[in-house]
Design a protein. Structure first.
Ligand SMILES: Cc1cc2nc3c(=O)[nH]c(=O)nc-3n(C[C@H](O)[C@H](O)[C@H](O)COP(=O)(O)OP(=O)(O)OC[C@H]3O[C@@H](n4cnc5c(N)ncnc54)[C@H](O)[C@@H]3O)c2cc1C
Length: 453
């Protein structure tokens, strides 16, 4: 019987296990390695807070590529008051994933080992999966489902030297757990993406009342989803974006959105229609073009593409109107710890000027989002693969280079033996690779590739 090691037990790891088990008919044993207590949740779905909602409608959140209705049917069978158009609490989605994992485990298809994988050297037959708890076992194939890295740390100083302090939360998904936050605390969120939005909702829920400041280089907050099921009014051929430079593509999309709105439609239908071609657009760009996109256009794309539930967008809009929330265009350089309070050093990008300024807060939360460059995560597993030239970080530091089946590329561009990857690590070749609909599709292809290998 073949053994497959799946390293990482977030959604990607579970999706890989589910899809392999459905193809394998008992011909292989899977071992899923993650030091978390529960499998499938990862950073996104282990929240227990009811205000944290999925940012994708339930109808698109099935864990199974060939059963797109699976999650909605599960909700119905468990009598949850949600339908396919709803934005369900992430904790409910977590319960769904836990149940799927328990079914796999009960059927004897997978075991969970609570540890971290620190190395996987090549052996004559497979890879020696080496764990932090001292265990070693040989697997015929290994899947890296390591997810996202921690956010890039913001420089914190005291008396001129580097320092740490609980008043600067460097990773909100790890650091916010048991914090006591005074209702009057002056809080800054660095970054204006969906992590910042989650933090605002949680601060509301725990009784924080003082104004919150978002510091963000572009000052743009994610848009909300529109009404469900709206079809495009103006006929559109999204494949025409393939081959356009990033700036030309942006112009094309802007014009298409304008035409749609002028015809009485919703610009979101244009953005959503691009999903099937996004990977081809990305693949056609040179490294320099991708660099231009990342530097100048990514935020514009992200705020329109990664949208929040309408109820949340309404709440954030209200907060902005009444001054509970303000957004400043500013680049944060460092934070100085003072006896009382924090001094945040920034360059402000106001419409008229660009000037250095210092702002005072009591608490700062780093909401800049995941760090994508695996070479900077300090993970011994990744570092070992890079040192032995078995893996390659792309030129833009977005992840690891892979072929179309998710097999890792070595430093010399050769394809690794029995070493696969899925999820956020595959950004360099796929770009759209972080959300459930894309990950479950990758898991399905990956299962075929592993079982054929
Ligand atoms: C807050 C948040 C909300 C989101 N909401 C949505 C949503 O509503 N809809 C949607 O489609 N997508 C959403 N996403 C996108 C999300 O990234 C994916 O849906 C998915 O959860 C990614 O799962 P993953 O397993 O790849 O990564 P992760 O969830 O990061 O899991 C990776 C796991 O691998 C483990 N690991 C890493 N290295 C090792 C090692 N060496 N040994 C052992 N274990 C290791 C980690 O500890 C972690 O448990 C959200 C993301 C976030 C952060």
């Amino acid at each position: 019987m073949r053994t497959i090691a799946i390293i990482g037990g977030g959604f990607s790891g579970l999706a890989a296990a589910l899809h392999v088990s459905r193809r394998a008919n008992g011909i292989c044993r899977m071992v899923l390695i993650d030091d978390a207590e529960r499998v499938g949740l990862g950073v996104a779905y282990r929240t227990t807070r009811p205000e944290h909602l999925l940012n994708v409608r339930a109808a698109r959140m099935s864990a199974l590529h060939h059963e797109p209705d699976h999650f909605v049917q599960w909700l119905r069978a468990r009598k949850y008051p949600f339908g396919g158009d709803d934005f369900v609490p992430r904790a409910v989605f977590g319960a769904y994933l836990t149940e799927l994992y328990e079914e796999l485990r009960a059927a004897g298809h997978v075991d969970h080992v609570r540890s971290r994988c620190i190395a996987l050297p090549q052996r004559e037959r497979g890879r020696a999966i080496t764990l932090a708890n001292g265990e070693v076992f040989v697997a015929d194939a290994a899947v890296l489902a390591l997810g996202n890295g921690p956010p890039t740390e913001i420089l914190v100083t005291k008396n001129g030297g580097p320092a740490t302090d609980g008043r600067v939360v460097q990773d909100p998904w790890r650091g916010m757990g048991r914090m006591h936050i005074s209702p009057d605390a002056r809080i800054a969120l660095i970054g204006a993406g969906l992590t910042a939005v989650d933090m605002v909702l949680t601060l509301d829920a725990i009784g924080h009342r003082a104004p919150i400041t978002i510091l963000s280089r572009r000052g743009m907050i994610a848009c909300g989803h529109g009404a469900p099921g709206r079809a495009a009014v103006v006929p559109l051929d999204p494949s025409r974006v393939i081959g356009l430079s990033p700036r030309m593509a942006t112009r094309w999309i802007r014009r298409a959105c304008q035409a749609e709105v002028e015809a009485g439609g919703d610009w979101r239908t244009v953005i959503d229609s691009l999903r099937p071609v996004t990977q081809s657009v990305w693949a056609a760009w040179t490294i320099a073009e991708r660099g231009v996109f990342l530097c100048h256009l990514r935020t514009l794309w992200d705020v329109h593409r990664h949208r929040m539930a309408p109820s949340i967008a309404e709440r954030i809009g209200h907060h902005l109107k009444v001054g509970r929330l303000r957004v400043l265009r500013a680049r944060v350089h460092s934070i100085e710890l003072l006896e009382r309070g924090l001094c945040v050093r920034t360059t402000r990008h106001d419409p008229e000027s660009c000037e250095d300024s210092s702002l005072s807060f009591d608490l700062v939360i780093n909401c800049t989002g995941p760090g994508t460059n695996p070479g900077r995560w300090g993970d011994p597993l990744i570092n070992g693969l890079l040192d032995r030239a078995e893996a390659r970080v792309d030129a833009l530091g977005l992840g690891l280079e892979t072929d179309q089946h998710g097999r890792l590329h070595g430093e010399d561009h050769s394809v690794s033996r029995g070493l696969f990857s899925l999820g956020p690590l595959r950004r360099p070749s796929l770009w759209e690779t972080i959300a459930v609909p894309e990950i479950r599709e990758q898991a399905s292809f990956l299962a075929d590739a592993i079982l054929k290998a």
